[in-house]
Design a protein around this ligand. Structure first.
Ligand SMILES: [Zn+2]
Length: 81
């Protein structure tokens, strides 16, 4: 009996090309991911800064959700106590 896989239509040289293409695609993906994470960190920083500002300067209207031990949250700016 033949040990070669049956119904194999791919060739090694084609597969090498495909392999290279896939690795390049993966690299591109990883680069985009790094950029997205950088953007995400920037947004988190700005959001933190924004919350700090609001915490100081908003004339808060503290409200409590309708369950026990719920935290106080400003109904205007969304900042928590
Ligand atoms: Zn507020």
């Amino acid at each position: 009996m033949d040990s070669e896989p049956q119904e194999e239509t791919r060739t090694v040289s084609e597969e090498i090309e495909k392999n290279k293409t896939l690795k390049m695609k993966l690299k591109g993906c990883e680069r985009k991911l790094v950029l997205i994470q950088k953007e995400q960190r920037k947004i988190w920083r700005e959001l933190g800064d924004s919350y700090e500002f609001l915490k100081k300067y908003c004339k808060h209207d503290w409200r409590r959700e309708n369950y026990s031990y719920s935290p106080l949250v400003c109904s205007k700016c969304g900042v928590g106590e």
